[in-house]
Ligand binder design. Structure first.
Ligand SMILES: NC(=O)c1ccc[n+]([C@@H]2O[C@H](COP(=O)([O-])OP(=O)(O)OC[C@H]3O[C@@H](n4cnc5c(N)ncnc54)[C@H](OP(=O)(O)O)[C@@H]3O)[C@@H](O)[C@H]2O)c1
Length: 334
């Protein structure tokens, strides 16, 4: 990471901008405006996924920026993810090619396995595939080692510069890492001041795997998602991280927003952050995290907010029936 906290560097030398724009639940018709506002504000990293169903509109904005000459392909870091329906070695190429076609790109900078759970591939990409009972249709034969070979083939073919994992536990990461010819460069997991994942971060550091936090602002949109998927929202704790009194006090002291403090906290732990907003004014505002620094005392106060595993919001409630898969990650300690 350089002095201005702008990048973290992978074991292979590739640099990932430490702040990116998240696009989960950024709707078609809105996501393009958010990406446009992000590029204008100076973001050079966009996080998306096949399952977000918004890659086409993101691709249109990227093309507009490339065509205008204001942006070169090598200036921007694009992350997308292998969906749970593509959790087979033979499906990796198909899904990455679909994402590349929609994004109008020849390669992505980082391709992640979205989740350790595998689902059935009905209808060539319906997400989430669901049975009549409303539960997701699982594929119980998921083998991460064989899928990883499919991921490595994408690097060999030039379709991904680096590859990584998302929502994997230490046990699952270790298994992939041990078998890998091309090591995972990055792990994307839920992480914020209420759910700091200290053990998992230390584990990744030891393997030279960088970490990116999803839900860095406390993922306030998760409740709507769970409700829409028919999950039980009442079993989820109701947190308001952006309204936390300690975070507010630190924000006031620095003349910044609580979102700035939450992002800066993770950045100073060398964690990449990808705050999502579909609101162009917020997108612009959230990026103003390079002009202040949290003191050791601020960091200590924020570290004390950790709720451990109780801080996790991404749970078995996220998609009905997902926790019946043998590789379901979120009952393990880390
Ligand atoms: N790998 C995975 O499985 C996984 C899972 C979840 C997320 N992700 C990635 O991580 C990104 C971030 O996570 P997330 O979207 O769950 O949560 P987040 O970034 O913590 O929070 C986003 C939510 O906060 C609101 N928001 C943004 N800036 C705000 C501000 N300054 N003040 C008040 N509210 C604000 C947004 O609403 P508005 O849009 O209305 O501004 C949105 O509802 C995702 O978008 C996605 O790219 C990955």
């Amino acid at each position: 990471m350089d002095g201005k906290l702008q990048y973290i560097t992978f074991y292979n030398g590739q640099k990932m901008p430490i702040v990116g724009l998240g696009t989960w639940q950024a709707k078609v018709g809105e996501v393009g405006k958010a990406v446009d506002a992000a590029l204008a504000a100076g973001y050079r990293h966009i996080d998306t996924a096949f399952s977000y169903r918004n890659e086409k509109e993101i691709g249109e904005v990227l093309k507009k920026w490339f065509d205008s000459g204001k942006l070169k392909r090598e200036d921007i870091f694009i992350v997308t993810k292998l969906p749970m329906m593509g959790m087979r070695q033979s499906s990796v190429e198909k899904y990455l090619k679909k994402s590349l076609a929609d994004l109008q790109l020849d390669y992505v900078d980082l391709y992640l396995v979205h989740n350790p759970v595998g689902m059935q591939d009905v209808d060539d990409g319906t997400f989430p595939p669901k049975g009549k009972d409303g539960n997701v249709l699982l594929d119980l034969n998921t083998d991460h080692v064989s899928i990883w070979k499919g991921m490595e083939a994408q690097v060999d073919a030039g379709r991904a510069r680096s590859i990584g994992l998302s929502n994997f536990t230490a046990r699952q990461i270790k298994r992939v890492w041990q078998s890998a010819r091309i090591k995972p460069a990055n792990l994307q997991v839920e992480m914020n001041a209420y759910f700091q994942q200290r053990e998992l971060r230390a584990f990744c550091r030891a393997l030279d795997i960088t970490v990116c936090a999803w839900g860095p602002l406390g993922t306030p949109g998760i409740y709507t998602f769970v409700e829409r998927q028919g999950g039980d929202v009442n079993n989820l704790p109701r947190y308001d991280l952006l309204g936390d009194e300690v975070v507010k006090r630190i924000a006031q002291k620095h003349g910044k927003t609580t979102a700035h403090v939450l992002l800066r906290f993770l950045m100073q732990l060398e964690v990449v952050v990808i705050p999502k907003s579909s609101n162009p004014a917020r997108v612009k505002e959230n990026f103003k995290v390079f002009d202040f620094e949290l003191s050791a005392e601020d960091m200590e106060a924020l570290e004390a907010l950790d709720k451990g595993r109780k801080g996790r919001l991404g749970t078995g409630n996220l998609l009905p029936g997902i926790d019946k898969h043998p590789e379901f990650p979120w009952y393990e300690r880390y």
